[in-house]
Design a protein around this ligand. Structure first.
Ligand code: MTE
Length: 320
């Protein structure tokens, strides 16, 4: 496993973090040791309410400063969401405001040195925050470009200290049908679950998102913390995570359990492998001028193609 190696786009702390925070972190490190940073870091707006400005604003990662298309209008994005916990349609933004994100915690467990629970405030305070402008491609053949704020999933993996038997990372969303009325739909296998291999989790593109458009994450985007895997279809990018487990067996995801012929584990974007019920060759750019060709791995092959070399035997499963 190589998740502690510096990836090609690595930036020094000073480049990724506003100077005041960076200097403050350095003195904390010198004085108290890195282990205390999470508890003692200066209070940033991650503790603020969803949609409040993220201050200090994390620096934009120059490697992901431009997605090659305009950023999708925030109002459009914020009213066109998949979040089945709040309804099986796109207009869930009002219903999602019922989600209470204060005091949110994440359990980290399974095959790790020592299971722990951490508040998202503490997790974010100790994380190398950055902004990335990233393409987001849904399996339904629409796409957006979103300026996410977050940190590499590899940061959480390194905090978790997985044991050598850990082959996959499994993610779970909250379950509370009093808040999320969509969860009264008993035919869905709640809670929403997703998973990646430990190598995918270590890839520089696997990103834990805590903000968007310079603001603390909107509830409908999956506050307070969601995954984004831009080379995979959007359903892999699980929202409002409460548990991250390191496991030996491949997790069965929400959609795979419902309909494995249509939605598999890998779900890498490929314009040449159609969904059983529609073409994946093109995509509708939301707010754009119509359809454009879809790119292999959503255009991120340089970063991720190597993860799948030698896996040709898996066949179409790699793309569903
Ligand atoms: N996560 C949870 N918990 N519940 C969901 O219904 N929908 C997925 C994914 N994550 C979903 C989820 C799907 S199908 C997509 S396309 C993206 O979230 C949508 O993210 P967006 O609303 O930010 O565009």
């Amino acid at each position: 496993m190589n998740y502690l190696r510096r990836p090609s786009w690595w930036m020094p702390d000073s480049a990724a973090t506003p100077e005041a925070v960076y200097l403050n972190r350095r003195s904390l490190m010198a004085g108290a040791g890195a282990g205390l940073i999470a508890a003692a870091a200066p209070s940033a707006s991650h503790a603020a309410k969803p949609e409040e400005p993220f201050t200090p604003a994390p620096a934009r990662n120059p490697a992901y400063a431009d997605a090659g298309r305009p950023i999708t209008d925030e109002a459009l994005n914020a009213t066109y969401n998949n979040f089945y916990e709040f309804g099986s349609h796109k207009r869930i933004s009002d219903a999602a405001q019922r989600l209470e994100t204060d005091g949110w915690t994440i359990a980290v467990d399974g095959l790790v040195e020592k299971p722990f629970e951490i508040s998202t405030d503490d997790l974010i305070a100790g994380a190398p925050l950055e902004e990335r402008v990233i393409r987001h491609r849904c399996v339904e053949a629409w796409s957006m470009v979103v300026p996410w704020v977050g940190f590499p999933l590899s940061h959480l993996v390194s905090l978790a200290k997985p044991l050598s038997g850990a082959k996959y990372v499994r993610f779970e969303t909250f379950k509370d049908a009093d808040v999320a009325r969509g969860q009264l739909q008993f035919w869905y296998p709640w809670p929403y679950v997703e998973g990646v291999t430990i190598e995918e989790a270590a890839n520089e593109l696997a990103f834990l998102v805590v903000g968007a458009y310079g603001k603390v994450l909107h509830k409908q985007f999956g506050a307070p913390i969601r995954l984004h895997l831009p080379w995979k279809y959007g359903f892999k990018s699980i929202k409002s995570i409460v548990r991250v487990s390191f496991v030996e067996e491949r997790p069965v995801s929400f959609w795979e359990e419902l309909q494995s012929r249509e939605y598999g584990f890998w779900a890498n974007v490929n314009p040449e492998v159609d969904h059983p019920r529609w073409s994946q060759a093109t995509e509708e750019v939301l707010g754009g001028d119509g359809r454009i060709p879809t790119q292999l791995f959503n255009g991120y092959g340089e970063q991720v193609a190597g993860l799948y070399s030698g896996m040709e035997g898996v066949g179409d499963a790699l793309w569903r």
